[in-house]
Design a protein around this ligand. Structure first.
Ligand SMILES: [Ca+2]
Length: 481
């Protein structure tokens, strides 16, 4: 059943002139979508994935009442490229950004011709809000202070958050505002130079949470898309006083507890308003943990960072690496009444799949003028309600220049280049001529190279990788066409 919305006009002859305000929606009728995206949280930094001293009870509850994906991937082990893929359903190779992180002085940004989840859902009448870190470009001298770099140009109605990571000297906390003029029309600057403003850092998680709860309340009677990309637990770590010193894990545990409390407040609001069964909540992280600092002493910017970084266990390496620890993160989906409690899905999925899935749920057609690399995984959420087969998992792992450094198909992963925080090779070297092959469903830590014994698998993955690279030539994105 469809309802009259702001932008989707249903002909009067259809006799369906119900307003969203006086209709109780069926659970699958254009559900609300909430995406909570942590920054640099590792696979092992959550209670439900086995961390013995970090406490994340709200996420544990969502995992218990919903679906856990045990092979959940992001496309890049670094911020900007990972966020690009989440929002567009496309691999970083199509972004035109040229690298996996775009800093405060980058000329390029998320191209305005990209169609984001927010763009698509807004055409279907959704209210769209982002509360948190953007990191897909920012207005600066090199791009003539373009407003195209910020969220309002990419489908979002409202935003408060940092333009880049809060550890950049030139980071800014910005809020969208109809009357705003600074740093660009439509926005207001709240604070800048965040590394020197720890008192601001300590308020970020609660600021985003309060705005998110208010957004849910304001839009309770219409479908909404809430994107909550936390700055935490990216270094440097900041936490509200109420959580400081509360975790056995130390400051990282305090930070995770505050993020989990934020999740609990959002879920409680959905339940209080009676819209939980109309809402799909997705919780994940943008890349693995920044383990590089484990061996360092105090860092001038990050303090005692070696104690503040997380774990990608049982996977190898971390952020900045195309070993599994850089890109394997928790993936929890919660949608009461739609997703069966205690669902554990072992099939591999990725953030590329979220846009096609959400568009399917909201009856938004996929754009036909570009490659969408993800698949509709709604059948994994409820096979009776959402029939059909999910397409095969063929997945490139993008390196620092957004080209494929590795490729996965079925249980097999082929490395053709290596990038690592912990020294490049770990005793291995890889190239297209002598790639490394791991069966990552059996060999979680990527320790046993099988390329010598399975040349036919290596050849098949090289063919699939070649197909992917040809598709990049056909659709390199909007900056380079
Ligand atoms: Ca990150």
């Amino acid at each position: 059943m469809r309802y009259l919305t702001r932008t989707l006009l249903v002909p009067a002859a259809a006799g369906l002139l119900l307003s969203p305000l006086d209709a109780v929606r069926e659970p699958a009728d254009r559900p609300n979508v909430v995406v909570v995206f942590l920054d640099d949280a590792g696979y092992g930094d959550f209670a439900h994935t086995g961390n013995p001293t970090i406490e994340t009870p709200n996420l544990t509850r969502l995992a218990r009442e919903g679906a856990t994906f045990t092979q959940f991937y992001v496309t890049s082990p670094a911020c900007s490229a990972s966020r690009y893929s989440l929002l567009t359903g496309r691999t970083p190779g199509r972004s035109g950004l040229g690298r996996w992180v775009v800093g405060p002085q980058a000329e390029r940004h998320l191209h305005p011709d990209e169609i984001t989840i927010a763009d698509g859902l807004r055409t279907a009448g959704y209210a769209t809000g982002i509360f948190g870190k953007w990191h897909l470009g920012t207005p600066n001298e090199r791009n003539a202070q373009t407003p195209d770099a910020l969220p309002l140009a990419h489908g979002f109605d409202t935003w408060v958050g940092t333009d880049v990571s809060h550890d950049y000297d030139r980071s800014r906390l910005i809020e969208s505002s109809p009357d705003g003029e600074t740093p660009i029309r439509g926005y207001e600057l709240i604070a800048e130079g965040l590394p020197d403003r720890p008192e601001i850092g300590a308020t970020l998680t609660s600021l985003y949470t309060e705005r998110a709860v208010a957004f849910i309340r304001e839009n309770r009677d219409e479908p909404f898309f809430l994107y909550l990309p936390h700055n935490m637990p990216h270094l440097g770590l900041y936490v509200a006083d109420a959580f400081r010193g509360t975790s056995r894990r130390g400051l990282l545990g305090d930070v995770m507890a505050e993020i989990d409390d934020s999740l609990g407040r959002i879920v409680a609001e959905l339940e209080r308003l009676g819209i939980a069964k109309n809402t799909m909540v997705v919780v994940t992280s943008d890349n693995g943990p920044w383990i590089r600092f484990r061996d360092t002493e105090d860092h001038p910017k990050y303090g005692e960072a070696r104690l503040h970084v997380g774990y990608a266990m049982p996977f190898r390496d971390g952020k900045g690496s195309t070993w599994e620890g850089g890109v394997r993160v928790p993936g929890v989906f919660w949608w009461p009444g739609m997703i069966e409690p205690e669902t554990v899905e072992l099939a591999p999925v990725s953030t590329l799949d979220i846009l096609p899935t959400v568009f399917h749920l909201a009856e938004v057609p996929l754009p036909g003028d570009r490659v969408i690399d993800g698949r509709n995984i709604a059948p994994y959420l409820n096979r009776d309600r959402f029939g059909g087969e999910v397409g095969e998992f063929r997945f490139p792992y993008s390196g620092p220049d957004n080209t494929a450094f590795a490729f996965r198909e079925g249980p097999w992963k082929l490395h053709i280049r290596l990038t690592s925080q912990l020294g490049t090779d770990h005793g291995f070297s890889a190239s297209r001529e002598s790639p490394l092959l791991f069966q990552v469903e059996q060999d979680l830590g990527e320790r046993i190279d099988r390329s010598g014994e399975r040349p036919e698998v290596t050849a098949a993955l090289l063919r699939s990788l070649g197909e992917y690279e040809r598709s990049l030539e056909d659709d390199p994105g909007f900056w380079d066409e």
